[in-house]
Design a protein. Structure first.
Length: 89
């Protein structure tokens, strides 16, 4: 670890700039994408468990499962609007 620090401290200015940009991009990726992705992944796994436990797949029961998150509620309502009523021939 000290070899890396010694290299960065003794490196030319342009290399320090490139390393700084790379570190900044890595930190931005972690905070702007990775943390949110893990949060949504947890929400989706909880939702999947709720949907698996539903015995009667009526619209009200499914809407209750999506009610745990504002984002998921919005996405379900948008998807529900695209569905059509099933009719027998």
């Amino acid at each position: 670890m000290t070899a890396i620090i010694d290299f960065v401290l003794g490196a030319p200015f342009i290399i320090k700039v490139v390393i700084g940009v790379l570190v900044l991009l890595a930190v931005m990726f972690i905070f702007l994408f990775l943390i949110r992705a893990i949060y949504i992944w947890i929400q989706l796994s909880i939702l999947a468990n709720k949907l698996r436990s539903i015995k009667d797949p009526s619209d009200q029961n499914i809407a209750v499962a999506f009610a745990s998150s504002k984002l998921l509620t919005h996405l379900w309502s948008e998807y529900r609007d695209t569905l059509h009523e099933q009719r027998e021939l």
